[in-house]
Design a protein around this ligand. Structure first.
Ligand code: NAI
Length: 449
C-alpha cells in the first residue's frame, strides 16, 4: 500500500512525487512515456532550446547593426535539434535523480484507475491511500478534411513532431496563431522557412492585451511571416492548406503543416468512471484544494483544464500534496504569469484592459514605451516594446501588467508579486530597481500614473 499514487510524470506529477517523498510519504509515480512530460520532452524546454538557436542566428545576421560584422551565418538545423535533445536528456535525467533522492518508486507504463484506491498498470495493481491525477493534455485534432490523413503521412505535425523535423521545410503553414503556433512560427521563420499563420480570430496570441498582440503581429509581419486572420481552415490537401476568409476560398501551398489550435485535458481511458471522478467539458473538476468530487483523489495540471501552463501545474501539485499531508493550502489564480517566447517576448499577468472592462472594474491604464529603459535602448534598434499596467483606481493597487520587449519573460514575476500581494502604487514607487535594466520600465510606468 502506497501513501500516494501519482498518475503522470509531467511538471505536476513529478513535483508532487518529489514533495510527498521528501515529506516521508511512500510514493508511486506512474508515467507511460518519459519523466518530465510534455513540458520537458516536447513543449516548454525543447521549444526554448530551438528558439535560443534562432536568437543566436538573428544576432549573427543582424550583427552589423550593432557594429559587428559576421558573414555566412546560417542554421544547421540537425545540430540545433541534436543540442535540443541533449538539453532534454539532461533535464529528464535530473528528474529521474530527483525521484531517486526522494525515494519515489517509478513505474513505466499506462496506469488506469480501477477504483477509489487502486491503479492498474499492465498486469499489476497498486493500492494507494490517496491518488493524484496529473495526466496532462494533448493537442486538439479538429474534424477538418485531410487532417487525419496528414497526421498519418507526416504532412501535418503537432508540437511533438515539429520539434524533431530532420530539416527546415521550404514552407510551413501554421494552423492557429496562439502560443505554440507563434513560437514555432518564430523559430522556423528565423531558420529560413516561408511561414504562413492561419488564425480563426481577428487577432493573434489569444487573450493577450490587444495593443500588445498588434505590436507582435507587426513585428512578425516585418520579419516576413504571412498572417491570414479571421480565416477558417476547411481542408488540408496533399500539399496545401485551404481556408475561407470573407466568403472566399484560398489555398496556401505547404511542405509541412503545424496544427496548434489548442489542447484538451487527457481524461480518456484512465478509468475515471471506475473511480467515480467527475469531469466537465472533458476536464476533471477540482476544488481549490485540488481535490476532485471523490475524497482522496486529487488532480493537478493541464488535466483540470484551468490553465494549461507548467508553472500553474507546479503550484497546483504543491497545493494537492499539502492538503494530502493535512496542511491547509488553497490555489489562487489571480496572479498567474504567462509568457510567449517570441522575439520580442510577450509577458503578462492579471487583468487586461479588456477583462477589466468586461468585469466593470474601475481602472486606470498606464502605458509606457520600453524606450524609457536605458538598457532597452542600448540593446534594441528602434524597439517598439511597451509596458502597460492596470491600476485599481480606488485602491491604487496593480491588477495587471503586460509587456512586450525582450527580457519581459524574466521581468514578469516581479509584476506578479505586485498583483498577488496587492501592492499599492505608493509602495512600488519606494522600491529600488537595479540600473540599468529593462525591468526599470515597471518603475517608469508606475511613475507615469
Ligand atoms: P492556444 O489556445 O494558445 O491557441 C490556439 C489558437 O488557434 C487560437 O488563437 C484559436 O483561435 C486558433 N484556432 C482554433 N481553431 C482554429 C482553426 N480551425 N483554424 C484556425 N485557427 C484556429 O493553443 P496552442 O497554441 O495550441 O497551445 C496550447 C496550450 O499550450 C496553451 O494553452 C498554452 O497555454 C500552452 N503553451 C504555453 C506556452 C508558454 O507558456 N510559452 C508555450 C506553448 C504552449
Amino acid at each position: 500500500m502506497f501513501d500516494l499514487i501519482v498518475l503522470g510524470g509531467g511538471p505536476a506529477g513529478y513535483l508532487a512525487a518529489e514533495r510527498a517523498g521528501h515529506a516521508g510519504q511512500k510514493v508511486l509515480l506512474i508515467e507511460k512515456r518519459a519523466l518530465g512530460g510534455v513540458c520537458l520532452n516536447e513543449g516548454c524546454i525543447p521549444s526554448k532550446a530551438l528558439l535560443h538557436s534562432a536568437k543566436v542566428l538573428d544576432y549573427a545576421k543582424h550583427g552589423a547593426q550593432y557594429g559587428v560584422n559576421i558573414s555566412g551565418a546560417s542554421i544547421d538545423h540537425a545540430a540545433v535539434v541534436a543540442r535540443k535533445n541533449r538539453v532534454v536528456k539532461t533535464l529528464v535525467s535530473g528528474v529521474a535523480a530527483l525521484m531517486k533522492a526522494n525515494k519515489v518508486t517509478v513505474v513505466t507504463g499506462e496506469g488506469m484507475l480501477t477504483g477509489k484506491n487502486t491503479v492498474r498498470v499492465g498486469g499489476d495493481t497498486y493500492e494507494g491511500r490517496n491518488l493524484l491525477i496529473c495526466t496532462g493534455s494533448e493537442p486538439v485534432i479538429p474534424p477538418i478534411k485531410g487532417v487525419k490523413e496528414g497526421l498519418a503521412n507526416g504532412l501535418v505535425l503537432t508540437n511533438r513532431e515539429i520539434l524533431d523535423l530532420p530539416a527546415v521545410p521550404e514552407s510551413l503553414v501554421v494552423i492557429g496563431g496562439g502560443v505554440i503556433g507563434l513560437e514555432m512560427a518564430s523559430y522556423f521563420n528565423s531558420a529560413g522557412a516561408k511561414v504562413t499563420v492561419i488564425e480563426m480570430l481577428p487577432t493573434i496570441a489569444g487573450p493577450t492585451d490587444r495593443e500588445i498582440s498588434a505590436i507582435l503581429l507587426k513585428n512578425y509581419t516585418d520579419k516576413g511571416v504571412v498572417f491570414h486572420l479571421g480565416a477558417r481552415v476547411v481542408e488540408v490537401t496533399e500539399n496545401a492548406v485551404v481556408y475561407e476568409q470573407d466568403g472566399k476560398t484560398v489555398s496556401v501551398p505547404a511542405d509541412k503543416v503545424l496544427l496548434s489550435i489548442g489542447r484538451r485535458a487527457s481524461t480518456k481511458d484512465i478509468g475515471l468512471e471506475a473511480a467515480g471522478v467527475y469531469c466537465e467539458r472533458g476536464a476533471i473538476v477540482t476544488d481549490r484544494r485540488m481535490q476532485t468530487n471523490v475524497a482522496g483523489i486529487y488532480a493537478a495540471g493541464d488535466v483540470n483544464g484551468r490553465y494549461m501552463l507548467a508553472h500553474t501545474a507546479y503550484r497546483e501539485a504543491e497545493v494537492a500534496v499539502n492538503n494530502i499531508l493535512g496542511k491547509r493550502d488553497v490555489m489562487r489564480y489571480n496572479a498567474i504569469p504567462s509568457v510567449i517566447y517570441t522575439s520580442p517576448e510577450v509577458a503578462s499577468v492579471g487583468e487586461t484592459e479588456e477583462t477589466a472592462k468586461e468585469k466593470g472594474l474601475d481602472v486606470e491604464i498606464v502605458s509606457q514605451q520600453m524606450m524609457y529603459s536605458g538598457r532597452y535602448v542600448a540593446e534594441n534598434l528602434a524597439g517598439d516594446g511597451i509596458c502597460k499596467l492596470i491600476i485599481d483606481k480606488k485602491r491604487r493597487t496593480v491588477l495587471g501588467a503586460h509587456l512586450i520587449g525582450n527580457y519581459a519573460s524574466e521581468i514578469i514575476y516581479g509584476a506578479a508579486i505586485m498583483v498577488e500581494t496587492e501592492m499599492r502604487v505608493s509602495d512600488i514607487k519606494e522600491l529600488v530597481f537595479p540600473h540599468p535594466t529593462v525591468c526599470e520600465i515597471i518603475r517608469e510606468t508606475i511613475f507615469a500614473c
